[in-house]
Design a binder for this molecule. Sequence first.
Ligand code: OSB
Ligand code: MG
Length: 357
Amino acid sequence: MTALVERVELHDVAVPLLAPFRGAKTTVTERRVILVRLVAGGAGGWGECGPVPGYSADTLDAAWEALQAAAPTLAGAPVNANPPAALRLTAAAAVSQAAADLAARLAGEPLWQAMGGTSPRIVAGASVGLHDDPAETVDRVGAELAAGYRHVKLKIVPGRAHPPLTAVRAAYPDLSMAADANASYDRDRVAEVAALDELGLAYLEQPLPADDIDGHVDLAERMTTQIVLDESAARPGWREALAGRGSGLGVTVKPGRLSWPEVQATASLAGPDHLFRIGGMLELGVGRAHAAAAASLPGFALPTDLSPTSRYLADDVAGGLPLADGTLALGRRPGLGTEVDVDRLTAVTLRKSIVLG
Ligand code: OSB
Ligand code: MG
């Protein structure tokens, strides 16, 4: 019998980053997220709603309103990983995550296995922000390798992509490295994008604007480098575009903006013609653990963005999954595999809301 939700908690929290994370269009200095907790049968499941200003298609305040409006319908209803239809993107993801974590805990099963994951370890990745001097980027990459990462993703901007990428490639000829342009090129600069082919990138993420999926299809046909959508995969219609179109285009799937059933459905679209990967949005430990569990599903073949949260957060409410041999181990504990520390949660909470079923 499906358990009924006895309590819905929303915790709006803020945590500073250790250092600003610069991308082409936005610099992140703190993470403000809404942690959703659903309680049933003596267990609690956690989800994370964390839109990134300047990057995400939704906002934290709108998500807070939507979650508050949805809470009375969730309370008293069966635990369900399909979120209410009124919720979108990060708010829908958070409710779905909390329900899936709760269901896995009630079943005594690790979340990654309950969701159809097969790999107990996933390839970690370190995302490196923009730096003014290519030598700084090389130093940063060196530090990530020393810390145990075997894959890095470098943020790039038009006109200044080649110096840091060639410097890193010269220092580390065999490194699995990728680049993320965060939609900063346009069709007038596709020759510049195509010139990145000589760098041996593992993938190139979202060179063109979010609404230009066709441009990415063309680039995927023209370039040797694997092209993957990121911002475009938050727009309606990207799945259809992929299904009907030429092969070679990949996708960075962000579990922080999809429900669990959508993550599962997306995984099943992956194949030799369309390689997928799990990306991050600088999540706190809750969101990061959900993303790591998703990376365990067959279909997410390209290396992730995922690192322990201690790599970029000055504080966290839950411990990160440990890094070992360039991988994250998902472990055998029921549910998410990480626990929220109530004292730390209280210390970083700005506002909270509780609805009983
Ligand atoms: O474009 O992939 C992105 C972080 C926040 C918002 C957008 C992006 C990112 C990253 C991933 O690059 C960084 C991470 O989660 O470690
Ligand atoms: Mg990206």
